[in-house]
Design a protein around this ligand. Structure first.
Ligand code: AMP
Ligand code: GLY
Length: 434
């Protein structure tokens, strides 16, 4: 099967490794790809924000399947343009991608379909926003979200009226261009955050889905959830203290109404939805939709999935996903991110990396190869990933592998999964304070 994979990061490298492990041989082409992806197939320099360019390449090269990694090409309409050629795409059309591309659209969707989520107000007017902040009655922090895509930086938790006003004015003044000219204000939710991925296949005549195991990401740069937010410093799954009835509750309260709502609204879906969930004292609430796989959650999910990935993604892309329980390894998987010295403020590039022989999977997120030497080439540089019978064993396997990979200034969190492990060992459930 000839597959065009869109993207270049750790998520795409993890997908590529799994695609290449499919039972049927996969001829992989990545766009734009990376030096690591080039070791698994050809790379072509396509502009993922240009549907015409991607469709032109597809028309000339006729891949059997296109798999979209990031959200940007989906929001730009790449999946629509390629699907118009009769080529199956794992990735949603632009109309559905608005669930990630516009937070105001996503909140209106959640409210319309009765999906539990934080109370919110959508505002585009300076005076109206200032009045809202001055009369804020939902408690602090005030959560301000730029409506559009802002490379993961468009959410601010304002801890004072002054900070909220300053953030709001900066947003409206164009901090993220058009993306921040509309702002969603949300009441703060408190609880345990988790990532729930669902394969979805929705069209006018059918709506099916298949759940992937719930994972937990670690967004802050330092151990103990300290320091600034990042794209994600490590993840694990499944979550040991989530009971089958907790998963069932998320399925009934969040997933079912989402899939039903897509169909009711005439929004076709052919890909993955990643639900950012906050499990609060009153149960799971939806923080956001992403219309793509999480990074680094994908690195975890690919360790667990015991299916032929190429066949599974094609099933979704062709609109014939069978609702079922996906085959999974009876393991817990974990990934830790090895990040550049100055991440998340910067991404110090060109530092030589030593990679010995770790007994885990090495995933390349931001690297470049020069004269046979791997160099840092991004904020999140490498991921180590593995699975083991339980979370403690998975953590130990990563600890054992860590000395094998290093460079001067490398940052790594050593506590991925630690809090969840302690929570589980203490016999606590998801209803106990996190
Ligand atoms: P989002 O991109 O909407 O997921 O927001 C980014 C991060 O901000 C989330 O991963 C949460 O950690 C946090 N966040 C978003 N919305 C809320 C909220 N209503 N209450 C508390 N934290 C939130
Ligand atoms: N790990 C969070 C994300 O992919 O958005």
């Amino acid at each position: 099967m000839k597959i065009l994979l869109l993207g270049s990061g750790g998520r795409e490298h993890a997908l590529a490794l799994k695609l290449r492990a499919s039972a049927s041989p996969v001829d992989l082409v990545s766009a734009p790809g990376s030096d690591a992806l080039a070791e698994l197939g050809r790379c072509v320099p396509l502009d993922l924000e240009d549907p015409v360019a991607v469709a032109a390449w597809c028309a000339a090269n006729r891949p059997d399947l296109v798999v979209a990694g990031p959200e940007v090409p989906l929001v730009a309409g790449v999946a629509d343009a390629v699907r118009a050629l009769g080529i199956p795409v794992f990735g949603h059309g632009a109309a559905t991608a608005r669930l990630e591309g516009s937070k105001a659209f996503a909140k209106a969707f959640m409210q319309r379909h009765g999906i539990p989520c934080a109370a919110s107000h959508t505002v585009s007017d300076l005076a109206a926003g200032e009045a809202l902040i001055r009369g804020w009655s939902y408690g602090y922090p005030i959560v301000l979200k730029a409506d559009g895509l802002a490379a993961g930086k468009g959410v601010v938790l304002a801890h004072s009226e002054a900070q909220a006003l300053e953030t709001f004015r900066a947003f409206l003044a164009g901090q993220f261009g058009a993306a921040s000219q509309t702002v969603v204000f949300e009441a703060p939710l408190v609880g345990m955050e988790l990532s729930l991925h669902v394969l979805v296949d929705v069209d006018a005549d059918h709506a099916t889905y298949a759940l992937l195991p719930a994972c937990q990401d670690h967004k802050r740069i330092f151990d103990g959830d300290q320091g600034p937010n990042t794209g994600g410093m490590g993840a694990f799954g499944p979550i040991p203290f989530l009971r089958p009835r907790d998963i069932e509750r998320m399925r009934v309260d969040l997933v079912e109404p989402t899939v039903r709502g897509l169909r009711q609204d005439g929004l076709a879906a052919r890909g993955v939805l990643f639900l950012g969930v906050m499990w609060t004292a009153s149960g799971p609430e939806l923080l956001e939709y992403n219309v793509r796989f999480g990074d680094p959650e994908t690195q975890v999910l690919m360790q667990l999935l015991d299916e032929d990935l190429a066949a599974l993604l094609l099933e979704v892309a062709e609109g014939r996903l069978k609702a079922r329980v996906l085959k999974l390894k009876p393991h817990t998987a974990i990934t830790v991110v090895l990040a550049a010295e100055d991440y998340p403020e910067g991404a110090k590039k060109g530092v030589p990396i030593t990679i010995g022989s770790p007994a885990v999977t090495v995933i390349h997120a931001g690297t470049r190869k020069q004269d046979g030497q791997w160099l840092t080439n991004g904020g999140r540089v490498l991921n180590l990933a593995t699975s083991a019978p339980d979370l403690a064993a998975a953590r130990a396997a990563i600890e054992a592998a860590l000395p094998q990979v290093h460079w001067p200034g490398m940052q790594v969190r050593r506590d991925i999964g630690f809090k969840a492990l302690k929570h589980a060992e203490a016999g606590k459930t998801v209803q106990d304070p996190w």
